[in-house]
Design a binder for this molecule. Sequence first.
Ligand code: CP
Length: 299
Amino acid sequence: AAENFSRDALYRIFYLAGTYRTSVAKDRPLDHVLKGKVMALMFYEASTRTSCSFDSAMQRLGGRVLHFNESTSSVKKGETLEDSVRTMAGYSDVIVLRHPSPTAAGRAAEVSPRPVINAGSGTGEHPTQALLDVFTIREEIGTVNGLTITMVGDLKNGRTVHSLARLLTLYKVHLKYVCPPGLEMPQEVVDFVAAQAVKQTHCTSLEEALPDSDVIYMTRVQRERFADTADYERCAGRLVLTPQLMTLAGPRTVVLHPLPRVDEVSTELDGDPRAAYFRQAEYGMYVRMALLTTVLGRA
Ligand code: CP
């Protein structure tokens, strides 16, 4: 979980991720780093960025990748998570797991003799996304301390914001929240952040939050988490970041989004230099390269 990381651990991961970014840009060979190692990608939910960036990270470092997919594996025959994890641990050195249950990563870690990396657990946590989000803020702004970071959208179901809010308590920040009614940040996250003496403010609109935000972290209203379509329709499309709204933000404000987006960030914003979400997706690969190197004892 995000709260397992210390500032020192973050510093080391971000330093290594930065060196990997430079090495990739300069086409320096890295395939000796994890040569001989195997990573199992176990995905029980859809993914583009997390799955492909872990895959690319492992391949760039010279390791190999085993793909386990819910729809083509013996999960279809009723195999439990625990049995699948035990089996895949026998074929690999590290397991990367995405699952719809918030408790899945913990359950997997209990039965796995190999390290398990949580690649997104239902509406719970997405710790490696939080790592790459903080790395992105550092790359884009140069620091995290002193910033006002505004999280927007589905704060109730968004595992990325749950992990990011927790991870940001390692820094001196001000967190602002903007969401449709009923999609507020879970109380346990608010209480955790408050216990670390980090200031939190609930705003009622983007217009209120934008002028003094250094980072605007947009998120999608997650249709797949709603039992009732009418409830989803009530919340969807209410908070949309447009070029017109961005005139309220500062020239150095950074717009992030874990992606995928639906309509909450206008595509007209993509050419704005403040829109950093595709750079953020790329940085995920460097951070995951650093994380794999660390977890596999090659740092
Ligand atoms: N940010 C993120 O988790 O994206 P994917 O669902 O595509 O992996």
